[in-house]
Design a protein. Sequence first.
Length: 407
Amino acid sequence: MSTDTPTPAWRLVAEREISTQLRSKGFLISGAMLLVGLVAMVVILTLVSDRERTQSVAVVDARAESLVSQGSDLADQIDGRTRLEATSYDDAAAAEDAVESGDVDAALLPTSAGDPSAGYTLVGDAEVDDVTAQALTAAVSTAVTRANATELGVDLQALGAGARVETRLLDPDAEDNGLRQVASFVFVLLFYITALGFGMTIAGNVTQEKENRVVEILAAAVPIRALLWGKIVGTSVLAIGQTVLFAFVGVIALLATGNTHALGVLGPAIGWYVAFFVLGFVALASLWSVAGSLAGRMQDLQGTTAPLQIILFAPYIIAVTAGEGIKTVVSMLPIVSTMMMPSRLAEGDVPLWQLVVAISVTVVAAVLLVRVSARIYERTLLRTGRRISFGEALRSGTTEEAAPVGS
């Protein structure tokens, strides 16, 4: 006598959703493109941050050329990637013409040709690079001070005693602000693209099954709620799997490019991003299923999914444009927190109580939304031929459901 336990209906539906998507060329190609884009972004950021750059400086005498050489050493100490290179010209007019035409980035010229004590003037076109200006100013100051001290018979070492300044940062993480801001934007963008892509897929599948009357066959064999659970589970598994894959590939890309420091800064935020995505997408998947069940035809999808698209797009705009106060409040709202909280975590520390609030309200919202979505889904799935409004679905009476066989 067989003791095999029948496979739950929702699991069969979930397996069907997963296998269908994995056989879809569109799904595989879009996923591959996102992965390539993610790796390319990491590589580009690495190249931009580590790339050496040369600032050419026009000079008209040997002394200025020596000062540029000293300034190059100082520039390297300032940011580790800037080098200054002197280019000689016959006179100040020719040097300024070179700056204006873009042949050189700046010019270091005597302020007064007949008076060495007048010092130097750093000439730029619209602006002078900050590192270049800082390095050349320090080089000129050091060289002139040393020369004057020697001429006056002053002990420069004794004169400079106690003048050394050391730097101690109270907030050393502030140096990583640029990296954190980029990661924050990437988190929001990835969530938006993934949630929108999978959401439109699940809504489109539901509407297509309604339009082709396939759902009537499915509902005759499977409880409608099992259809909903299966679609939620199947799509969530795919979306979460893709998100985990993105996180894994992102970590590997950071390690491969030598960005171990970036990984140390962003590692916890990446973990929280995956956790919040799991919570948020389960709730969103139920809403996308409902959006599909409200549509009578594929042409209706744009209207029934518009509210969800707005829900996803609003946090994206807030993350890019809003101030810290608004971001803090919005990051603790249900559903929206799944996009905003990982973004804030990438930018810096978030108080523990805010994390607890964000997770709690999202879990409660997910439970409530899934329950409400199940009711609406049952009431609208078998009503074909026209678009159904959300209000009408809530006011509907009993479900027009075919008799289920098994669960």
